[in-house]
Design a protein around this ligand. Structure first.
Ligand code: ATP
Ligand code: MG
Length: 564
């Protein structure tokens, strides 16, 4: 990663001040995913911040798995998360950690709190606990177990660890303040019983620390200086600080919150994304329509574009929703520079050239990138039968329609000028074939006489075309804020995937995996991993800025006005 990723923001201001004042000699951050799903574009924002500031300020960033809830966490999520962070361009070096690395220390600290009279084993039912917690208007009621002797709690806590009690039978709570206006401080649970194997500690434990009891202490153990998390943890900060203050921790970390990323037409909640996978609403976590990093990777997003997007939206404390078109436009800009241009016909219609010499094939030269001659050229076969887009022919068209229509001359990009002489239809009125003649003097798409031909269309030689399944994606949700008016599943876009049988120019048969190309006039595409010896599959990463659609709309409007 080379680019300077960011303007300044309040986090960078704080770090600059902490370094200037000598509060810290160097900074340490961490990215703390819970391995209960795949990372999504929202996590990219946190990753870019955590790893980004560490790199910019010469510090380091740990990757720490917050693996405190074995009922939801799995090893394959851990593997996928590591792969995604690396793909995004970041490296934790030696500094891979797990909250579970600290289970023994955390247990020790829980005992410390009990001994200090700051924690107790609770035996009320979950129902009673909920009732006695009070609400925003009413203070809670102290538990009858709150003032039990420390020895009793210590003994029960040890027996909880030893597996004597069932799930939920008892919990360990911090003794803070049942009347606190901050509900998080009303004697929060810090350990619960869960008879469940853990991906890393196996059956060594049947009690597990709660997130709040693990997070700040893990930060302290690792010497994290700036613990960056999203706004929903703001009211947990007093609890974070309370543990750090009341435990003999080796260092004092500080938590800072920033606004999470919300994107239009997108869901950024692991839990809900998991529902989409589990219910088969999408193919998998890496379905190219998913906002997961693995889905975006498969779709053809570049890590640079995602990082640029994160830098562009910046870090603030106010929540908002970013328009997905910003992400798409940054992606287009990124791909525009590097993607070679190719010709591909997505919805093919046959063109037959009546005056083309029978069986003749001619190679024409095409530029790989019109804006970058240094990217070279390639040869494409041109012949008497070509595929063009259905949209590029109209039986009846307004005056300003510059593509093929009866009698009109059109430039076939890099090929010849063709004039439409006729067409055939089937019984349903569907056009089956367009007939043209070509001007042998116009090779390469120009003539000596310099006559004006306004329309240029792309094509693929029928005899040489590569058949391909092309997957055209639209937003996964049809509502800008999925779930805003009810169940988010009702807002799924039924047309988020369209599959077409396309005709590609020959060199697309063996494009290297991971390489992105622009199908001229259409969009950016990459080969999908479903491609095999029998079938070439392409994903549309993103459509081109839709100037053609706009023109089309204008033409239709004009046509409608003309008809009045
Ligand atoms: P989700 O709500 O999707 O389940 P999470 O917060 O539970 O996400 P974690 O694995 O705990 O997921 O998140 C790891 C880090 O990523 C946390 O620091 C969290 O604040 C941050 N993060 C999660 N979602 C977003 C988001 N949408 N925007 C920015 N940061 C996020
Ligand atoms: Mg979380």
């Amino acid at each position: 990663m080379t680019e300077k990723e960011s303007a300044t923001d309040f986090v960078r201001t704080i770090i600059t001040e902490d370094l200037a004042s000598g509060k810290h000699k160097s900074i340490v951050t961490r990215f703390p995913p819970e391995p209960n799903g795949y990372l999504h574009v929202g996590h990219a924002k946190a990753i870019c911040l955590d790893f980004g500031v560490a790199a910019e300020f010469g510090g380091r960033c740990n990757l720490r798995f917050d693996d405190t809830n074995p009922s939801k966490e799995e090893q394959h999520y851990i593997d996928a998360i590591k792969e995604d962070v690396r793909w995004l361009g970041f490296d934790w070096g030696e500094h891979l950690y797990h909250a579970s690395d600290y289970f023994e220390q955390l247990y020790e600290w829980a005992c410390h709190l009990i001994r200090e009279g700051l924690a107790y084993v609770e035996e009320q039912t979950a129902e009673d606990m909920r009732k006695n917690r009070g609400d925003l208007q009413n203070p809670g009621v102290n538990s009858p177990y709150r003032d039990r002797p420390a020895e009793e709690s210590l003994d029960l806590f040890a027996r909880m660890r030893a597996g004597e009690f069932e799930d939920g039978a008892k919990i360990l709570r911090a003794k803070i303040d049942m009347a606190s206006p901050n509900m998080v401080l009303r004697d929060p649970a810090i350990y619960r019983i869960q008879h469940r194997s853990h991906p890393r500690t196996g059956d060594a434990w049947c009690i597990y620390p709660m997130y709040d009891f693990a997070h700040g202490q893990s930060d302290a153990i690792e010497g994290i200086t700036h613990s960056l998390c999203t706004m929903e943890f703001e009211n947990h900060r007093p609890l974070y600080d309370w543990f750090v203050e009341h435990l003999p921790v080796p260092a004092v970390p500080r938590q800072y919150e920033f606004a999470r990323l919300n994107l239009t037409y997108t869901m950024t909640s692991k839990r809900k994304l998991k529902m989409l996978v589990d219910e088969g609403r999408v193919e998998s976590w890496d379905d190219p329509r998913m906002p997961t990093l693995s889905g975006m990777r498969r779709r053809g997003f570049t890590p640079a574009a995602i990082r640029k997007f994160c830098a562009t939206i910046g870090i603030k404390r106010t929540e908002g929703t970013v328009d997905i078109s910003l992400l798409e436009s940054i992606l287009r800009d990124d791909l525009n520079d590097v993607a070679h241009r190719r010709m591909a016909v997505l919805r093919p219609l046959k063109v037959v050239i009546e005056n083309w010499p029978e069986g003749h094939v001619e190679m024409v030269e095409a530029m790989n990138h019109p804006g970058k001659p240094e990217l070279g050229t390639r040869e494409i076969p041109f012949s008497g039968e070509l595929w063009i887009e259905r949209d590029d022919f109209r039986e009846e068209a307004p005056r300003k329609y510059f593509r093929l229509k009866p009698g009109q001359e059109v430039r076939f990009r890099y090929g010849y000028y063709l004039t439409c002489t006729g067409f055939d239809k089937d019984d349903n009125g569907e056009i089956t074939e367009v007939r043209c003649t070509y001007d042998p003097e116009s090779k390469g798409g120009n003539t000596e006489d310099g006559r004006k031909v306004k329309g240029t269309i792309h094509w693929v030689s029928a005899a040489h075309a590569v058949d391909s399944e092309v997957r055209l994606y639209d937003h996964l949700f049809r509502e800008p804020i999925p779930g805003a008016n009810g169940d988010f599943l009702d807002d799924l876009n039924p047309d988020s995937l369209e599959v077409v049988n396309a005709k590609l120019e020959p060199c697309l048969a063996d494009i290297p995996a991971g390489e992105l190309v622009q199908f001229e006039r259409s969009g950016y595409f990459c080969q999908d991993r479903d491609s095999n010896a029998d079938k070439v599959v392409f994903n549309r990463t993103v459509a081109l800025r839709d100037s053609w659609a706009k023109l089309e709309k204008k033409l239709n409007q004009q046509a409608a006005e003309g008809a009045k």
